[in-house]
Design a protein around this ligand. Structure first.
Ligand SMILES: Cc1cc2nc3c(=O)[nH]c(=O)nc-3n(C[C@H](O)[C@H](O)[C@H](O)COP(=O)(O)OP(=O)(O)OC[C@H]3O[C@@H](n4cnc5c(N)ncnc54)[C@H](O)[C@@H]3O)c2cc1C
Length: 287
């Protein structure tokens, strides 16, 4: 991997964690390159009402404001796919379009949620189908809700939803799942509803009336190279960091949905800011 400029920091991820870190670092007068594929989790969300100052703003509004804010500071943004990372005395990042080098790296690649293969799922995303109980559960207070999933993610989502409604049906879509409440293991065929989700139709012909379907089907392995370069992960596949976002690999920090804690914008922004302070301190001690 060869390149000309060695940046003080490369930020991977253009979501709230990455852009927040980039803004703080640039304002500390460091050279920053921020790389990401797209808007991540916020892309296409209709409304974000629980983040401070976000009133009637969509996910795209927040993203575009963040990009504009970063560009106005002179931060270089590149919409490219990261395909490899190598670390020696500096950090090397390879994307589908180029090679970049930096003294430090902030990883904020978010997490991808696995989508099940259910007929008409896409038609009801944002219209009853959600991938985040903390974000959207509130909209379905005391209404019938289905939760599809397994493992730790499903258990966490259930804890949120069971405080919102006493009609939470746990579905496993054909899998055998042991859980503290009775689960429905029937395989799901498709979703139905006029404009918004109204019912889930199973392959055996039965159906379940619900106003919402929350999906906690597991997470995609956001970035396999993270493990390749020796970054430590916990049992939930989240990167392990200290209180300032520092990983076990020198020069590499991480934040946002890639590390443990609440998966929300406020926390991602905080992670980005804290890591920027720590990176600034590290860079200052080197110069
Ligand atoms: C359906 C849904 C609704 C939500 N609603 C809310 C809400 O109402 N309020 C709230 O506070 N939070 C909400 N969230 C959670 C919030 O979106 C996340 O917590 C937050 O976006 C995490 O920020 P992040 O910067 O860690 O990751 P993300 O915002 O996901 O950003 C990840 C970045 O990494 C990039 N990336 C990933 N892989 C690669 C790669 N290989 N190469 C290059 N770039 C890559 C992506 O393109 C993106 O730029 C919601 C999430 C979902 C899924």
């Amino acid at each position: 991997m060869k390149t000309n400029e060695i940046y003080d920091t490369i930020v991977l991820g253009l979501g709230p964690a990455g852009i927040s870190a980039a803004i703080y670092l640039k304002r500390f007068n460091h050279s920053v390159l921020a790389i990401g594929l797209d808007g991540g989790s916020l892309k296409g969300l209709h409304h974000i009402d629980n983040y401070y100052g976000s009133f009637h703003l969509s996910g795209d509004d927040i993203l575009n404001n963040g990009y504009a804010q970063a560009k106005a500071l002179g931060i270089e943004l590149k919409f490219e796919e990261v395909v490899d990372i190598e670390v020696d005395s500096i950090v090397h990042v390879k994307t589908n379009l180029g090679n970049y080098e930096a003294k430090t790296l902030f990883l904020a690649l978010g997490l991808g949620r696995k989508k099940p293969n259910i007929g008409r799922l896409k038609d009801y995303e944002g219209k009853g189908v959600s991938y985040c109980a903390t974000c959207d559960g509130f909209l379905y207070r005391n209404r019938p809700i289905a939760l599809l999933g397994e493992g730790k993610l499903m258990e966490e989502e259930y804890d949120v939803l069971s405080h919102i409604s006493d009609k939470v049906y746990v579905l496993t879509n054909g899998k055998k799942v042991d859980f503290k409440v009775k689960v429905n293991e029937n395989e799901i065929d498709h979703l139905e509803g006029e404009e918004y989700l109204e019912r889930i139709v199973f392959k055996n012909g039965e159906s379940l009336h619900v106003d919402a379907l929350f999906i906690a089907n597991g997470l995609l392995d956001t970035f396999k190279s993270a493990k390749k370069i020796g970054l430590a992960v916990n049992e939930s596949d989240e990167l392990i960091v200290d209180e300032n976002g520092k990983t076990n690999v020198p020069f590499i920090f991480a934040g946002g949905d890639m590390i443990s804690g609440v998966k929300q914008i406020a926390k991602a922004v905080d992670d980005g800011m804290k890591a920027a302070y720590a990176i600034h301190k590290l860079l200052s001690s080197k110069s």
